[in-house]
Design a protein around this ligand. Structure first.
Ligand SMILES: [Zn+2]
Length: 431
């Protein structure tokens, strides 16, 4: 039986199955990226599901009643491997390590790299008469085109630079801000004809600024838009926790900023840390369902990592399922880490402990990381970006455990040369 455009009905069904299998593989893969974005390896179960779907896609395309087509096999595997490597680059680049030029190149062009796979897809689709392969290529090309178009042309508000931010920018740029912006493709930097420098800020509808790259690799300060959104995110989550009566406090770099910057953010802050105590009143399930419900209602993306006992809440709006996971392709993100603690005993002493390591927090008998209860409870309050917010009972003692001598300006994760360039400014700022 002949179907439309010269394909038989069975060929059309084969194309449709290939398209569906590719779509499922793609969705499973972009969901997997959430782990890399949070500096963790993907779980075994989610890796196996993605690998199984990819295998089913390739097997469906290369196997037929005539046997195996090695050409279709090689083309399908090669295409998926190349495209998925590009898609994964921004998530892999989230963790600051030694420079990885290839990963960083693809991360830098995350909105457009998928498009460069369209010409080879058209060429292969035209040259190789395999309807199932064609079904996969057309689906992949359509997804990449939609991803590109969706991220185009969102209006942005212009922000002026604060004195210290501008000083750091000019120092890292060695005085040539225009050249620096061009060299590193910093599209947010705008220089007027009279030399005024401003920043085209991110917002709920645009892609977030690539904070990790600007802060850790280039050694810049947190852009003004992101600082505003970080504060907004902190207020949103603290408000949710207060509403459900959860015991919570600011943690890590956020507490460090509140103590050392008199209620402000660290100049190079890339996220916000809040911790919450799980007990009989605030269970993990209650916490997750409350935050997910409020996030969906108020426009914040909530992602739950049960295996690590933490939740990330991001400033970007959650999109409709199943495409909500496509956000993991974004190069930037403004997010809050909400880490859970529990009551425990260590060598007979009451402690509060968490699964994830923070700073130099000691290892407990359980293998988790913890501090004596009285360092944190009962919580106190501290000025943080205006209003008071809960903090550990002994904030200085807590910071001492995490960071040792926390009074000195130490840039964590920032590229060695970029950190050296700005060292004098930071020394002057802190002292
Ligand atoms: Zn921003």
């Amino acid at each position: 039986m002949i179907g439309t455009d010269g394909f038989t009905t069975s060929q059309l069904i084969g194309m449709l199955i290939a398209a569906s299998l590719y779509l499922l593989t793609y969705l499973s893969f972009v969901r997997l990226l959430r782990h890399w974005r949070n500096w963790h390896s993907p779980t075994r179960s989610s890796s196996l599901v993605t690998a199984g779907l990819a295998l089913a896609t390739v097997a469906h395309i290369s196997l037929s009643s005539l046997g195996i087509s090695f050409l279709a096999l090689i083309l399908a595997v090669g295409f998926i491997a190349c495209l998925f490597s590009m898609i994964a680059a921004p998530a892999i680049a989230f963790k600051p390590t030694a420079p990885r030029p290839v990963v960083e190149f693809f991360a830098k062009h995350a909105e457009t790299t998928g498009l460069c796979m369209i010409p080879p897809a058209i060429f292969v689709g035209y040259m190789v008469p395999n309807p199932k392969l064609l079904g996969m290529l057309v689906t992949a090309a359509a997804i990449e085109l939609v991803w590109f178009l969706r991220n185009r042309g969102v209006a942005r508000k212009s922000y002026p630079f604060e004195k210290n931010d501008l000083l750091v920018l000019k120092t890292q740029a060695n005085g040539n801000v225009a050249g620096f912006a061009k060299q590193h493709s910093i599209s947010e930097l705008k220089i007027s004809q009279n030399g005024d420098i401003s920043w085209l800020g991110c917002n709920k509808n645009s892609l977030p600024c690539p904070l990790s790259h600007y802060l850790h690799r280039l050694g810049l300060n947190t852009p003004p838009c992101c600082r505003e959104h970080i504060a907004d995110l902190g207020r949103f989550v603290a408000g949710c926790l207060q509403d459900i009566g959860a015991i919570h406090w600011i943690d890590g770099g956020t507490l460090l900023g509140a103590v050392r910057e008199n209620g402000g953010l660290l100049a190079w802050e890339d996220d916000i840390d809040i911790s919450v105590l799980l007990d009989d009143d605030t269970t993990w399930e209650k916490l997750c369902s409350s935050l997910s419900r409020r996030g969906a209602k108020d426009g914040y993306y909530v992602d739950v990592f049960k295996e690590g006992g933490f939740i990330t809440v991001s400033y970007d709006k959650p999109r409709t399922w199943p495409f909500r996971w496509e956000r993991n392709r974004m190069r930037g993100e403004i997010h809050l880490d909400l880490v859970s603690y529990r009551y425990a005993e260590n060598n007979g002493q009451p402690v509060l402990e968490r699964q994830l390591l923070k700073g130099a927090m000691p290892v407990m008998e359980s293998g988790w990381h913890g501090v004596p209860v009285d360092i944190i409870l009962p919580t106190s309050t501290i000025n943080f970006l205006g209003p008071n917010i809960p903090c550990p009972n002994q904030p200085e003692a807590f910071l001492q455990i995490l960071y040792g001598d926390f009074g000195s300006a130490e840039l964590t994760y920032v590229d060695e040369n970029a950190a050296k360039n700005r060292a004098d400014i930071d020394l002057e700022h802190v002292t």
